[in-house]
Structure formats: C-alpha cells, structure tokens
Ligand binder design. Sequence first.
Ligand code: NAP
Length: 278
Amino acid sequence: MSPNVRFPDGAKVCALGQGTWEMAEEFSRRADEIRSLRTGLDLGLTLIDTAEMYGEGAAETLVGEAIAGRRDEVFLVSKVYPHNASVEGVQIACENSLKRLKTDRLDLYLLHWPGSHPLAETIAGFEQLKTQGKILRWGVSNFDLDEMEEALAAPGGNACASNQVLYNLNARGVEFDLAPWQAARNMPLMAYSPVDRGDLAGNAALKPIARKHGGTPAQIALAFLLGRENVISIPKASTPAHVEANAAARNIRLDADDLAAIDRAFPPPRRKQRLAMY
Ligand code: NAP
C-alpha cells in the first residue's frame, strides 16, 4: 500500500519522500546518491526535500541532476535560510535555488527555521513568488505550536501549506499538540530525520518487531510514521538498497501488539514538550 497525504489545496503526495541533507558532500558518493534518488522516483517516492543550506547549494545541484528529464514526476521541496527571508531576499534565494535545480518552479518552498525577518515580510515574498509561478505553495519548518499560531495570524498566513519538523520514535513530542493541530487544519506535517539520522536503524527495541515482519528496525521506524495520519516522512538514503528498503516499509502494517511494544520503548508524550530540532 502507498499511503498518500493531501495538501490543503488538494495536491496529493506519497507519505514517504526522500531527504537530501549531507548529499553532495563527497564526490565518491555522488553517483550512488543520484542513483538513489532516481530509484526512489521509480518506486513512487516522488517528494524530494532539499534546501539552499545543504552543501551551500551543492545538494540542490545534485537533485537537479537526479531529476533531469523527470521534473514532472517530482514534488520538489526546498528551503530558504532565515537570514534570506526578507521580501527581496526570498526572491533572490528562490531564483538561485531554481537555477541549481534546473527547474522553473518549486512545489513547496519552506522557511527553514524561525528567524529575525518579520514573518509578514517573508509571507509577502512567498506570495509574490507564487504569483510569478516560481513556487506553487509555501510553508515553514521547525515551527512549534505557538510559532504556528503566530504565523497563521500574520497577514496571508493562512496559506501556509506545511510545517516540517523533527519527528521520529526518539522524538515524539509533536504528537501531544503540534501534529493534532496541523491535522485539524489538513496541513501536512513533514517528519524530518525519521530514522533519527540512522540511530533507529540499530535500535534493540525495534529488532523483535522487525523480525516478526521480516524487516529491519529502520523499516519499522518508517512504518510507524506511515501509520500516522497527515504525516509525510522524508528519510535520506544514499544507496539504492536503502531506498528500496525504505520504499518496502510501505508494505508493513504494525498491529496493536507492535504499537504497544513501541509505546513501551518510546513513550508517547504526556505533556507539552518544546519542539526539538537538528
Ligand atoms: P534520517 O533520514 O533519519 O537518517 C538518515 C540516515 O539513515 C543515513 O545515515 C542513512 O544512511 C540511514 N538510512 C536511511 N535509510 C536506511 C535504511 N533503510 N536502513 C538503514 N539505514 C538507513 O536523517 P536526516 O537525513 O537528518 O533526515 C531526513 C531528511 O530530512 C534530510 O535529509 C533533510 O532533507 C530533512 N531535514 C530537514 C531538517 C530541517 O531543519 N527542516 C533537519 C534535518 C533533516 P545512508 O545515507 O547510508 O543511506
């Protein structure tokens, strides 16, 4: 099964996408990284997440190469540095991202984390880019609930299409307030570091569940998130084998016993926890 998540404007994406942080940092890994992203597209992992920050543009350039000739298959997400998020700044940053990605548009453009430019200015810049057709929708990243409420209250703020945050079994705090708040608004929550930067791939508590399903702990960590409504996970995998394994996590159904075991090992939040971030 391939669970889908809908954006407020009706756009539908697979709940499993692909991250790119730390790609394009070593030339020897480049061919594998490009092959991995293309393998992901072949398997329906069509959302690709990148940022101007990753390798200071190098990851975007690599993505541009990976998606060459296949742009229309991709739901392309990039992010602007907070220090570039003025009205004029987002214009320049976005144009540079588009050049590196060798495309004329982003499907989603995110403010990477809250910064010092007034949000109303960032939103005005995003809306200008939307009018120009350079981005199709915009959102934010690393915004906690109070920051989301502030964003939505700003002029034009209710067009915010997503918030991308740290969410994995080691960091379940968003389940207490932010995830239900976003779900109530049909605003997809993009879960970054879903394998906790690789940490969950060797997790002892996940091993018996993985054995039962003939899978791996990393797949169980992803299957858990795939079972949550309104959540899009974006694991980064730099080998085709890891991408294939991640795609196969879509076939794992965790049952009540699995979920109870997960809750014992990774207790869900009982009170508000400040949003964690990498
Ligand atoms: P992640 O996806 O949780 O973990 C990546 C690590 O897990 C890599 O070492 C990868 O190894 C390994 N891995 C992936 N699939 C695996 C599998 N099937 N079996 C075993 N190991 C596997 O961490 P992340 O890269 O931090 O997060 C994902 C994406 O979220 C990023 O790439 C980025 O696009 C985004 N992100 C956004 C923010 C933000 O502030 N908005 C912050 C962090 C991340 P290999 O590379 O060897 O395959």
